[in-house]
Ligand binder design. Structure first.
Ligand code: SAT
Ligand code: MN
Length: 596
């Protein structure tokens, strides 16, 4: 059996890479697929796989006149979000994974998952999906190969990465590629594991079909394994969007911004400036992940390792994100949205009237007024970045873009002001380290409770969080032109629970202040927490805001900060001796400034 499999693998394979061929053969021997298909990434292959997926009922064709090239996928209702409690970092030493990750001994993990993978592809097809994370040919670009028995994964990877022959060509006969193995299994949450082996550059994912768990280039490689490699190699893998903002004089400033999942990163990355910002332009380099390295000129350069967007659908409309609406008009895979009678898609927060009747995300009839959501709150679109009307011309540049500002944002209904600038890099790292956010539907679990989420990396850091924060502090030694660091909170509410800031395109007003600060164009006002805009520096003309909204949104309340400091302390205590000294000092300084 083993030798026949090996022969089958090698004879059809479009590569002579021995390490790759041997690994594919070993995995095939374990999982025993009926067929092995090497994906080349071509249009013809896309057509073939799509037709096959439709035949198998995995994709439902949408109204091709309204949404050409678009399909709907319904996942198993028990499999609709990332599963952090089933996600493991399998380092030889437990301490290397740190207290904020689940850890499993690598030997134990290989054995445990090996039993699950044993014969798991019987009767199924194994797709060999070579892919590049980053522009082809770039020195920051990494190659991965995902073996999966899910045609949905193969089709999604084709959108999300530079997939197929070009990636294989870039790999050549190198052994340096990420080894990803995925099997949907029986989609049983009791037999679901997402295991990362940073020392082996390997990912094993079993029992899920949901994006973040199975599109292995994304969170698993680009963030968890990526952050581990970043520390070893002296760069940063971050949960950040990258945008370029061009002012009326034609000067472009590049900004990277970290927000937890489902807090508006995609909306911010694709923002259209409001009418009062004539002559300003925002262009998207990336919407979710940034890999940042110091360039020869001492500046920090960022690339987006992805080629597509895996965005949250609900709430997307022509007001919140017109560019996303244009992006998902064609060639998009929708997951877990509702379907209209004429074969179009629908979701909560879409433009226009709520239809009287729909088919909900689980394929059940749904009537207007029903208490159940028609689309799952974490329903997603997978769309190629080339669909984005605001795609930056630099999105494919292997050099990346020079970052002048880094923004840390969370979802906080109180405590954290609308915007502030850090006093310096170390203080900025402290702001990132103490980010907190109210939880969203992007991960399984309770929605709306505050959790500490340093740099929005809590679920995505592939090693000890204390070492990660120290790595951020250490980076300042090699960056000669340090980006300025900012903190924002679009989500602050008044005492009646009403948002104090309109958000979306209006965030341009805050972004302009950030750009002005980067170029030293406006003075600022010092507070206990950092530098904030002076009265009137964030223009409010044309906004329907009560006069006190801005001062309320930027206010610092002593009692809120007491509990905030307590919650920060609990987090730092968790890091034990690995909590960086420099951040402990920042904490003491803040406590003394607040006088608490
Ligand atoms: O589900 S994903 O992890 O791919 C997206 C996200 O949670 O940010
Ligand atoms: Mn994300």
């Amino acid at each position: 059996m083993a030798s026949t499999q090996r022969a089958a693998v090698t004879s059809d394979a479009p590569t002579k890479n021995v390490a790759l061929l041997n690994w594919v053969a070993r995995c095939a021997q374990m999982t025993q697929p009926d067929r092995i298909i090497w994906c080349d990434g071509s249009e013809a292959e896309k057509k073939r796989l799509t037709e096959q997926a439709v035949k198998e009922g995995i994709l439902i064709p949408l109204n091709q006149e309204k949404r050409p090239g678009c399909y709907l996928h319904r996942s198993n209702p028990n499999d609709v979000a990332r599963v952090e409690h089933l996600t493991f970092i399998c380092t030889p030493n437990k301490t290397d994974a740190g207290p904020t990750n689940n850890w499993m001994d690598p030997e134990q993990a290989y054995t445990k998952l090996g039993l699950l993978f044993d014969g798991s592809m019987k009767g199924r097809t194994m797709y060999v999906v070579p892919y590049a994370m980053g522009p082809l040919g770039g020195t920051s670009t990494k190659i991965g190969v995902e073996l999966t028995d899910s045609i949905y994964v193969a089709l999604n990877m084709r959108i999300m990465t530079r997939m197929g022959k070009p990636a294989l060509d870039m790999l050549g006969d190198s052994e340096d590629f990420n080894r990803g193995l995925h099997s949907t299994g029986d989609v049983n949450p009791d037999r679901r594991y997402i295991c990362h082996f940073p020392h082996d550059n390997t990912i094993w994912s079993f029992g899920s079909g949901y994006g973040g768990n199975v599109l292995l280039g994304k969170k698993c490689l680009a963030l968890r394994i990526g952050s581990y490699l970043g520390r070893e190699e002296g760069w940063l893998a971050e949960h950040m969007l990258i945008l370029g903002v061009t002012d009326p004089k034609g000067q472009t400033t590049y900004v990277a911004a970290a927000f937890p999942s489902a807090c508006g990163k995609t909306n911010f990355a694709m923002m259209i400036p409001p009418k009062s910002y004539q002559g300003w332009k925002v262009e998207t380099v990336g919407d979710d992940i940034a890999w940042m390295r110091v360039g020869p000129d001492g500046r920090l350069y960022a690339i987006n390792p992805e080629a597509g967007y895996f965005g949250v659908v609900p709430g997307t409309n022509t007001k919140t994100n017109p560019n996303a609406m244009a992006t998902i008009a064609k060639d998009t895979l929708f997951t877990n949205v509702a379907m209209t009678a004429d074969g179009d898609v629908w979701w909560e927060g879409k433009d226009g009237e709520v239809p009287e009747e729909l088919i909900d995300w689980q394929g059940r009839p749904w009537k207007k007024g029903s208490p159940d959501k028609a689309a799952h709150p974490n329903s997603r679109f997978t769309a190629p970045m080339t669909n984005n009307p605001a795609l930056s011309p630099k999105a494919n540049d292997p050099q990346g873009v020079p970052i002048s500002a880094i923004i840390f944002g969370g979802r906080r209904s109180n405590t954290v002001p609308l915007v502030l600038q850090a006093f310096n890099w170390t203080h900025g790292v402290f702001l990132g380290a103490t980010m907190g956010s109210e939880t969203t539907a992007a991960a399984t679990g309770k929605v709306g409770v505050v959790r500490r989420d340093p740099m929005a990396m809590l679920p995505f850091c592939g090693y000890h969080m204390g070492d990660y924060l120290q790595h951020w502090l250490d980076m300042q030694k090699s960056i000669t032109h340090l980006p300025k660091i900012f903190q924002v909170n679009w989500f602050r509410q008044d005492k009646n629970g009403k948002y104090l800031w309109p958000g979306y395109g209006e965030n341009m007003r805050v972004l302009e202040w950030i750009v002005n600060r980067v170029h030293g164009r406006v003075p600022t006002q010092e507070t206990l927490l950092g530098w904030v805009p002076r009265q009137g520096d964030i223009p409010t003309q044309g906004l329907d805001l009560p006069p006190e909204a801005i001062s309320e949104a930027t206010s610092i309340k002593a009692d809120e900060w007491k509990s905030e400091l307590k919650s920060q302390e609990v987090f730092f205590e968790q890091l034990g001796t690995k909590a960086p000294e420099a951040l402990m000092l920042q904490r003491k300084l803040l406590i003394s400034r607040l006088g608490s």
